[in-house]
Each structure stands twice: as C-alpha cells, then as structure tokens.
Design a protein around this ligand. Structure first.
Ligand code: ADP
Ligand code: MG
Length: 700
C-alpha cells in the first residue's frame, strides 16, 4: 500500500528553518510541542481577544471564567500591613466595572497600565465588598497606535492568544505563525473525503487552518474547530473498526470448559453471598472464556465493589482446564495483597500460587522454572510477569488490575502472547459506558454496578480551613480507638515541588504539634517505588498511625483499619480524584469519615463538586456529575485514568462529534475492511501515513 514519505513532505520541515525562529527559539518551541511547520499550523490559539469593547460583564456570576476587553480607568498601588505592595486596577467595559488585583507583580506593571488604554483580560470572577473582582488575571494590552507587530496584526479586530512558554512572547508566536502560513499553506492537503466535508458542511483543511488562526468571527472559528476534532476522532475510529474486523476473524482463543470443579469449591467457601452484579459479570466472563475468540474484556467496578473475587473465579476456570492464570498488578504491594487474599481464599484447594516479584532474589530462578515447565497454577506479580525471561508453560488467562496504570504496549504484549490467553482488564474508574467503549476501542465492557450489602457508607463532611481544629479533634477520637488516618495534600499548580512543600509542612506540623504522641509519616511522589511500598507496608501493619501524603497514595491498597481521610484544599481536586481518594477508607467494618477541607475563595464549580461528594458515595453518580460539571480543558481526572490523548478533541466536551465520527468510520470499514477501493484512497493514504503504527500496537 502506498505510504506518504514524510522525509520529503515540506510540512515536516523543522521549525528552526522558519523565518523568525532559528536554533534558540526552536528549542523553546519544542517545549510547546512544536517541532515542524505542520506543528505550527496546528498550534491552535487557546483563546481569542477582541479589540472591541464587549459588555460581557452583565449576567456573569462569581466563579465564572471570563475573557473580555475593557478600558483601564484607574490604577492604585497600596501597601499591605506587611509592607507588600498590592496593585489594584479599575477597568470598565462601558456598562460594568471590575477591579483587578495583583498581590505580587513585576514593577513594570505600574508603568504599562495607563488609564485610557484598552486591555484584554481573562480570569475567574470573584467578589469583594460587593464589587466584582478578578485576581491575577491573564491580560494583554491592546496596542492601537504603536505598530509593534507589523501591519497584518494591527488591522485585526480579533487576535489569537497562544499558549506561551518562557522566552517567547505573544507577538513573536503570532509572527512565527504568520510566516509559516505564508510559506507552507500550499503544501497542506485535504484529509477528509469530499462526502464527509459535504455532509457536515466542513471547511477544507486549508481554509479551516487559516480560520483557526486568523478568523474574525468567534462562532465560525468554533465551527472550524469541530472539523479538526472530527478528523481526529474519525481516524481513531477507523482504527477501532479495523480492530473489530480483525478480532472477529481471530478464532485462536482457548475454548475453556466450565467444569464447575474449582469454581464451585470457591463459591462454597466464601463467607458472603456474591452480589447480583458480581454473578452477572462472572457469567459474562465465562461466556467469553468458553468461546473460541480470545477474550478482551474490561470490568469496571467502583472501589470496593469486589472485582478481585470476580477475577478469581475466572482464574479458577483457567486452572481447572489445566492452564496457568496470571494476575498483574501495578505495584509490588498490590501484588502482595492479592497474593495474601487469594492464598487465604484458596487454602486447602491445593492450587499452587506463585508471587513473582521484581528484581532478583533467592528462589526466583526456581519460580521461573516452575512457570516454564508446569501448568495449572496461579501466578501473581507486577510487570515482572511480562519480562522476556518469564516463559509460561501454558498461559490461559491474564487479569490486569488497575489497568490504566499499564501502557498500551504492555497490554498488547500480553495479548500477543503465543498462547492467546483470555484477557481481563480491571478498572475502578467509573467512566460512562458510551465513553468507555470508544476510549478503550473495542473492548467488551462489564460493570459491577452494585456494592456488597452492609457496607457502611463513608460519612463525608465539608469543613472550612478555619475549623481545622475541630477536624483534628475528630481525628484524635478515631486514633484513640486504635484507628488510622490519611492526610492528603493536592498538587499545587501541577508542580510536585510545591505539593511536596505543602505535604512536608503539614507533616511537620502534625508530627510536632497536633499528634505528637502518634507516629506520623510522610509519603510523596519523589520517593522511589520501593520506599513508597515500604511506607505503605508499615501503614498497613499499623506501625504508622497517620500517613501524610501527596496524591500518590496507592489506589487499591486495602488498609481496613484506616477510618479517616482528611483532604486538604479539597476544592482543588477533581471529582473523580476525590472519589478515588475517599475509597481508601471505609474498607473495614468501622464507620469511616472523609473530611474535605475547603479554602476560600471557592468557585461555583468547586462548591458543586464538594457538595456532590457530601451527597453521594456512588461512583457512577459521581462520574455523571463529573461529566456534567467539567468544562473544556479540565480533563485532569480522566487523563489520570489513562484516557488516550487527543490533540484537538476533548473527550467530554466533544462526545457528540465522537459519536458521528464513529458511525461514519465503522460504515466505511464495514463496506471496505482493507480500504482497497478507489473511493477510499484518501482515507487509506492518511490512515496508513499516520495511524498504522498505533494500529500495530492494538491489533491482537
Ligand atoms: P475492588 O473492587 O475495589 O478491587 P475488592 O475486590 O478488593 O474490591 O473487594 C473489597 C472487599 O469486599 C474485599 O474485602 C472482599 O472480600 C469484599 N467483598 C467482595 N465481594 C463481596 C460480597 N459480595 N459481599 C461482601 N463482601 C464482599
Ligand atoms: Mg482492587
């Protein structure tokens, strides 16, 4: 099949050869992900500023994120009681007034803010003494007279605002973009077929690119963005459609037989009844395993919904058929925990269980020898399981716990195993079904949407930071009953360094002032995995009473005796993350508590998030609310869950586009699975040039 030769594609020209760039700036641009001319063309503005005054301040509420153009009416510098200078800037947009405040700022601000000048502002609205206010907004002074950016930009009434990096100014980026378009636009080729452009009234790629950077109407710019989102979804869905074709042809899976030997024995020895949801999911898994296709199934279930036991039934089905069953966990401590729990459950059944650890240790060679030569056993471990030197005698089934912690490649290497084992992926992140199907492509999805009965819901309480003392009292009460507590600090501005400082400070304060009589320990992301594991182990064994940490505490670790979680700056966390954190407590028989400490000012969204947490313990409700609340650019929680990265598209905001792209792509592949027909030439060329590498990763 014909492939585009990227070496001769002018759009692949290194950015350093573009007028106005050079070696030094090329290095700065690389930080923004820009390496080639094409990258510049596709480097879309994060916002647009209008030179026109826009009376947008009416109808706005505190907590809203707004961008507007206004006129500076006054500037005022005051000194705080501590001698620090505070800058106030009064602006108005002809209908409303707003005060901008900087608590620290470069000295140059006092000069550049001149009454009468127009300024574009972007930030979150707050209120102080019944006056609308914006603290530390992003801004750009609008130059009406000085010809600093050349003629072109001076005449525009809508200007693009690009993401920046230190050392490159807005004006410089704008000119680099302009120069790139002048030289390279003719080399841009259409990437969507005519009938699709027509169907959705999309602009051609060239026009659409120009519109994104130089458009003069915000609504039309937004329509153009849709085109790029569609394009991205479309080709990723072509990939999944091809995957489905391939998968449906693949009849190499193992045909297990449900002998009900070990599985019945396990059921008999459970001290509890399986929930209806667990029974249903076990059946779904067994149906897959007893068919000739290789299973590829995702089990979603909230923290504590009982995914391990479901997995164990599947493992026993493989074992009773004379195969090996493996369970892969993201960390040693989780692997160990599974090993202990499963060993207890299977005691007396005489099934060999191997815990294969990372690194080298005494007895490892012997373990590997057993794995290579014998079958019918259970093997538990970390990614040590998929190292080349581990050879399986007869691998029939693999479960991947906390699957989002593993890369696509790691999962694919399992799938491609020559034994074609059935694969089960476990995930605690409740992603709505429609989304999961597309995000994980063509996996089958099972949901454990029911909690074991008699589990006490965690009581969630929102407390203001000024009431921290009362929270400490409550924690004291729990500790005095012999329980343990977690304190969690957020990532500040996504900088682990600052979060670390916060966690360190809190740790010091708690250990030297508040909880002197207890063992308080600290854990953070800069520690090695081995040290983190060790701290978790000590917390689990009860040696540590209070664990202070950044958000790195191990998802999935069961410390039944931990009954309190205190989350500092809870307003800074996403809903999904709060829910995951809260899942660390309430795993034992005791009533558990989660304190959400809020710091003012609180955006409307943050307030809603905390209220949702206080209102429900149901992960699926939390996930739905999360979807509803999330605006563009707030994908943080989902990125964490291992969502694939799209350049233009936002999975939450753009779901409706995804649905269309999926339908169109699947229709094409159904009609022409190998894209051989002439009418699909364009799709074929683009697809093979850009996606075939990714496809090789997922095709199994
Ligand atoms: P997760 O889905 O978070 O991995 P686990 O599988 O670790 O959850 O289960 C959490 C706890 O609930 C375990 O102690 C397990 O033994 C228990 N459990 C699982 N299923 C049930 C059930 N149907 N009834 C009561 N307890 C259950
Ligand atoms: Mg689990």
């Amino acid at each position: 099949m014909e492939q585009k030769n990227t070496n001769t594609d002018p759009l692949a020209t290194s950015v350093k050869f573009i007028k106005g760039v050079g070696e030094h700036r090329a290095r700065l641009l690389a930080r923004l992900g820009i390496h080639s001319a094409q990258d510049v063309l596709e480097f879309f503005p994060r916002n647009y500023l209008s030179r026109l005054l826009n009376p947008t301040l009416q109808n706005l509420q505190v907590g809203d994120l707004v961008s507007l153009t206004a006129e500076i009416s006054w500037i005022d510098v005051r000194s705080s009681s501590k001698g620090k200078k505070i800058l106030h800037l009064g602006v108005n947009d002809s209908q409303m007034k707003l005060v901008c405040v900087w608590f620290s700022y470069p000295a140059s601000y006092e000069k550049i803010f001149q009454p009468g000048r127009r300024i574009w502002l972007s930030g979150t609205l707050s209120e102080f003494n019944s006056q609308l206010q914006m603290n530390h907004p992003s801004f750009e002074l609008i130059d009406d007279d000085k010809d600093v950016e050349g003629d072109f930009w001076k005449t525009r009434s809508i200007l693009p605002i690009y993401p920046l990096t230190e050392g490159i100014s807005q004006a410089q980026i704008r000119n680099i973009v302009l120069n790139t378009f002048e030289k390279f636009l003719p080399y841009v080729h259409e990437s969507l077929p005519d009938d699709i452009l027509e169907k959705y009234q999309f602009k051609g790629r060239r026009d659409a690119l120009q519109m994104m950077h130089f458009g003069q109407h915000l609504d039309r710019i937004d329509q153009c963005r849709t085109r790029f989102v569609y394009e991205e979804f479309f080709y990723s869905q072509i990939m999944w459609a091809r995957h489905r074709v391939h998968h449906n042809q693949n009849q190499h899976g193992i045909l297990f037989e449900n002998k009900k030997l070990l599985t019945r024995a396990l059921k008999a020895r459970l001290s509890f009844q399986l929930t209806k949801a667990q029974v249903r999911v076990i059946k779904e898994i067994f149906d897959d395993m007893c068919s000739a296709q290789q299973m590829s199934r995702l089990v979603q279930g909230d923290v504590g919904s009982g995914k391990t036991i479901v997995t164990l039934f599947a493992m026993l089905l493989a074992v009773e058929n004379g195969f090996q069953a493996a369970l892969m966990a993201p960390t040693e401590i989780l692997a160990e925990q599974h090993y202990q729990n499963i060993s207890i459950l299977l005691e007396g059944l005489e099934i060999p269980i191997i815990l294969l650890k990372g690194g080298s240790y005494k007895g490892k060679a012997a373990q590997k020898e057993v794995i290579r030569t014998q079958s019918g056993q259970i093997i538990i471990g970390t990614h040590a399981l998929i190292q080349k030197d581990v050879v399986f005698a007869r691998l029939g089934f693999v479960a991947v716990d906390e699957q989002h912690r593993f890369g696509v490649e790691q999962r694919a290497s399992l799938a491609r195993h020559s034994d074609h084992p059935d694969l089960l992926y476990l995930s605690a992140t409740p992603i709505p079904r429609s989304l999961a199907m597309t995000v994980y492509g063509d996996l089958q999805v099972s949901q454990i949407d029911e909690m074991p009965p008699q589990r006490k819901a965690v009581i969630t309480l929102i407390r203001n930071e000024r009431k921290l003392d009362t929270v400490f009292n409550d924690v004291h009460k729990e500790l005095s009953l012999g329980r343990q507590a977690y304190f969690v600090c957020p990532l500040v501005e996504e900088s682990e360094k600052l979060a670390l400082l916060d966690a360190q400070r809190l740790h010091e304060y708690l250990s030297t002032k508040v909880f002197k009589e207890y063992k308080v320990d600290l854990m953070h992301g800069r520690m090695t995995a081995a040290i983190k594991d060790e701290i978790m182990r000590r917390f689990k064994s009860g040696e540590i009473n209070i664990l202070v940490s950044t958000t790195v505490i191990e998802v999935g670790v069961d410390v039944a005796n931990a009954s309190v979680m205190v989350i500092e700056h809870a307003e800074r966390f996403g809903l999904a993350q709060l829910h995951q954190l809260r899942g660390r407590v309430g795993r034992g028989a005791d009533q558990a508590y989660c304190f959400l400490i809020e710091h003012q000012p609180l955006s409307a969204m943050a307030r809603e998030r905390l209220a949702t947490m206080a209102r429900t313990n149901d992960g699926f409700l939390v996930a739905e609310k999360d979807l509803e609340l999330r605006g563009p650019g707030e994908l943080f929680g989902l990125e964490q869950a291992g969502m694939p990265q799209f350049h233009f598209a936002n999975l939450i905001r753009d779901q409706h586009i995804l649905a269309k792209a999926r339908t169109d792509a699947f229709a094409i592949i159904k009609d022409d699975p190998f894209l051989r027909e002439g009418k699909h030439e364009l799709v074929r060329n683009i697809y093979f040039a850009n996606y075939i590498k990714k496809e090789e990763l997922i095709l199994y």
